[in-house]
Ligand binder design. Structure first.
Ligand code: F0G
Length: 454
């Protein structure tokens, strides 16, 4: 059995609490069975997300101390912009406070009513920003990418034939941009191959369509390019990164996931496009040399981006995730395979196959897992969808409970504890019942909607 080996040591720790089960039951009931509404003090292992909670390195913390405080023209900003230029090779950079702020700006500038954004798969905030602007989202991930269990190495790949059909249907001038999400979040952190990225570039160039990368989960994706793709085997992570970046017109990212614990930004190749977007940064984010980030975050981000070029560093997440996924899979517990990045994803459709999609099986499973373990996961299923304009439910393709493994945060014994509790819950899964809304917010309802047992 292969055991992942940490290529770092722990030098600062944070104490955890494991509440008794009756207190956990009380806490989740008060949170409306929504794990977003739990207090972190009531959580033992927080696997809600990897956003803003990855471990920081000693070098990052040290860099924060030398950050240059200035509203305008901070040397820290220049160091960050230079690092991004060095890694991605794009001339222009706009800083933002986080990933969804990039999506806001891109949608405001590029999306109008009647236009379409073609993508491998949506992310919640991405879709919300596009549809708020009156745009339509077309998801073009290959059908095989949506099969929960598989041994396909790149389930995030777009089906080129589907893209061509969408271009034909709407006309190339109606396609606002093609968006590829690396480490495709909502289908289980599944990677996209360099080959697919290059094939998509050809189609975009042929039709004059803008080509955009959401690089929030790029670190995991680079690891999978390196180990699963023949053409990348002999390339360094830095070389693969540049091959990826060279294909795109725009790269945006949430620095809460890539390179730091806060922030975000948009890298742009073309000057005209940069000018079109630039004005929105001081309006919504902050002046052009901080964009809502603190100088300390920007300094740590510049260091974190450099550290992302280190294979040892980016291996930790995917290797721990593989360990967890393979252990659960061996025990016959339904999980997304092959293991991806981001975290381990339980397949609630099979785990609680007695709960209909109208009763939010993934939400119910996330709630039950917290009760039996103190582990906080995130519903990524129908609850995380938005209703159609006529109010009807959109049943998600996949009903998942995501157990994110923030990078370099949890130990292997904590992962084993999680596996043990999930196994217990699986044996006793008929105890879990469905949920219904008590209070359903109209936008991004999963964040703060309240539910009760049916
Ligand atoms: N794009 C992707 C692929 C993401 O995973 C996220 C955030 C965003 C954009 C938005 O970035 O949070 O900085 O505004 N994903 C987090 C998650 C929230 O938990 O998966 P943000």
């Amino acid at each position: 059995e292969s055991v992942p080996l940490e290529m770092h040591k722990v030098r600062i720790v944070q104490k955890l609490n494991l509440l008794p089960i009756d207190q956990r039951l009380k806490a989740i009931s008060e949170a409306g069975n929504n794990t977003f509404l739990l207090q972190n003090a009531d959580v033992f292992l927080d696997m809600l997300t990897d956003s803003g909670v990855n471990a920081m390195s000693d070098q990052q913390l040290a860099a924060m101390m030398v950050a240059d405080d200035a509203y305008a023209g901070s040397a820290t900003y220049t160091r960050l912009a230079d690092k991004l230029h060095e890694i991605f090779g794009m001339d222009y950079f706009l800083p933002t406070h986080q990933g969804r702020a990039c999506e806001h700006i891109l949608a405001k500038v590029l999306v109008q009513p009647g236009t379409v954004v073609a993508m491998n798969y949506h992310f919640t905030t991405t879709k919300a920003h596009i549809t708020l602007q009156g745009g339509v989202v077309e998801e073009l991930v290959a059908d095989a990418g949506l099969e929960v269990t598989s041994d396909l190495p790149f389930k995030g790949d777009i089906d080129i034939a589907k893209l061509e059909a969408v271009i034909k249907k709407y006309g190339a001038d109606k396609i606002a941009f093609v968006r590829v999400e690396s480490g495709t979040n909502l289908i289980g952190g599944q990677p996209v191959s360099l080959k697919n990225l290059a094939d998509l570039r050809k189609v975009c160039s042929q039709h004059g369509i803008l080509y955009v990368l959401d690089a929030s989960l790029l670190a995991d994706n680079l690891y999978f390019n390196k180990i699963r793709e023949e053409s990348c085997k002999n390339l360094s992570i830095r070389e693969i990164t540049r091959k990826v970046a060279d294909l795109f017109d725009i790269i945006y990212f949430s620095a809460r996931k890539l390179g730091c614990a806060r922030g975000g930004g948009i890298c742009i190749r073309d000057k005209e496009l940069y000018f079109k977007m630039r004005g929105l940064v001081p309006l919504y984010e902050g002046f052009l040399t901080y964009g809502g980030m603190s100088v300390r975050e920007m300094e740590a981000l510049a260091v974190g981006l450099e550290e992302t070029m280190d294979e040892d560093m980016i291996s930790q997440g995917p290797q721990f995730i593989a360990c967890m996924v393979n252990d659960l899979d061996k025990r016959g517990i339904p999980v997304i395979t092959p293991p991806g990045g981001l975290g381990c994803h339980l397949d609630a459709k099979r785990f609680v196959d007695h709960i209909p999609q109208s009763q939010y099986p993934a939400g119910a499973l996330a709630s039950a897992l917290y009760i039996v373990s103190g582990i906080r996961g995130m519903e990524r299923g129908t609850l995380s969808e938005q209703r159609e304009p006529d109010g009807s439910e959109v049943f998600a393709n996949m009903e998942l409970v995501r157990l994110a493994l923030p990078r370099r945060v949890f130990t292997l014994s904590q992962v084993k504890y999680a596996v043990d509790r999930i196994a217990w819950l699986h044996e006793n899964r008929r105890l879990i019942g469905g949920l219904e809304f008590i209070d359903e917010p109209p936008i991004l309802r999963f964040f703060y909607g309240l539910l009760k047992p049916v």
